[in-house]
Design a protein around this ligand. Structure first.
Ligand SMILES: C[S@@+](CC[C@H](N)C(=O)[O-])C[C@H]1O[C@@H](n2cnc3c(N)ncnc32)[C@H](O)[C@@H]1O
Length: 270
């Protein structure tokens, strides 16, 4: 499930894809990270919190339950369908359409800015981090959660390498989008360049779940442009070899449970 960073005009997904994201991917994968990010950032009662690249709103919802009774949460995303789902699930939270690279908020509007699993899709990441630093108050917190490097992912690394053997190196970059912010030094450098001071850097292991090997392959290949660029035969070979590559992560009911590493960088604005 890729959310590639394209222009805001072309970057819209259908409502049914956003609903599928909320009903399948959020419980299976994204929800586990939201309390970890909120905890790392110190989200607490009374804070004004912004969730950048909020998707269907899992981080905003988690933070909303922590800032009661008088805090304020805003979620911002480029994708109208994601916002429609976010508003349906939690009509009491404010969700706004906006680009992370030009946040539609005044300077110093929030105590905490959170960004979960989205930085890697922003075409201009320095600009997006600069924007997060701009809208947070002096002394406020910016916390970013991104997947670790591809090499640190025990299931995804061999799967992507296997796909690249069949479909060429382009498969590596198309399937590897999620992991492009995985270099911790590079990430902290970017955060510091935005004028933020690093407070903590943590690495956490979570779990990526899929109902079957076939479902894993379908999700990874068919949500990227790779599908249009490979032959039926290449796709058939990727599907077949995925059973071997993912065997260590296949459970007794044939579902996949794979360790997944994320990095969380928490920084403060001076
Ligand atoms: C993988 S989803 C993560 C969503 C959510 N944070 C979560 O954890 O479920 C990435 C989100 O980033 C959003 N996104 C991508 N580029 C963006 C941009 N330039 N500005 C705002 N949102 C963007 C996408 O629309 C998508 O909802």
């Amino acid at each position: 499930m890729t959310m590639s960073g394209e222009s805001s005009e072309s970057f819209q997904i259908p409502l049914e894809v956003a609903e599928f994201y909320e009903s399948v991917f959020v419980p299976a994968f994204f929800a586990q990270w939201a309390p970890i990010l909120c905890d790392a950032a110190g989200v607490a009662s009374g804070q004004r919190v912004l969730d950048v690249g909020c998707g269907s709103g899992i981080v905003a919802r988690t933070a909303a339950d922590l800032v009661v009774p008088d805090g304020r949460i805003v979620g911002v995303d480029l994708n109208e369908a994601m916002l429609t789902v976010a508003r349906r699930v939690r009509p009491d939270i404010e969700f706004r359409r906006g680009n992370a690279e030009a946040l539609p908020f005044l300077d110093e509007s929030f105590d905490t800015v959170l960004c979960q699993m989205a930085l890697m899709f922003f075409p201009d990441r320095p600009r997006a981090l600069w924007e997060m630093a701009r809208v947070v108050t002096a002394g406020g917190t910016v916390a970013v959660l991104v997947p670790g490097a591809l090499d640190a992912q025990p299931a995804f690394a061999p799967f992507v390498r296997m796909a690249a053997r069949h479909a060429g190196t382009e498969a590596m970059s198309l399937l590897g989008t999620y992991f492009v912010c995985g270099d911790v030094e590079e990430l902290t450098g970017l955060v510091e360049s935005a004028g933020l001071q690093i407070a903590t850097i943590r690495t956490r292991l979570g779990t990526y779940r899929a109902p079957s090997v076939d479902a894993f392959v379908t999700t990874e290949v068919e949500s990227t442009p790779l599908l249009e660029r490979i032959s039926d035969d290449e796709y058939r070979r990727i599907r077949a070899d995925a059973h071997d590559v993912l065997a260590p992560f296949t459970t007794t009911d044939d579902s996949i449970e794979a360790p997944f590493e994320c990095n969380i960088v928490v920084a403060r604005r001076q």
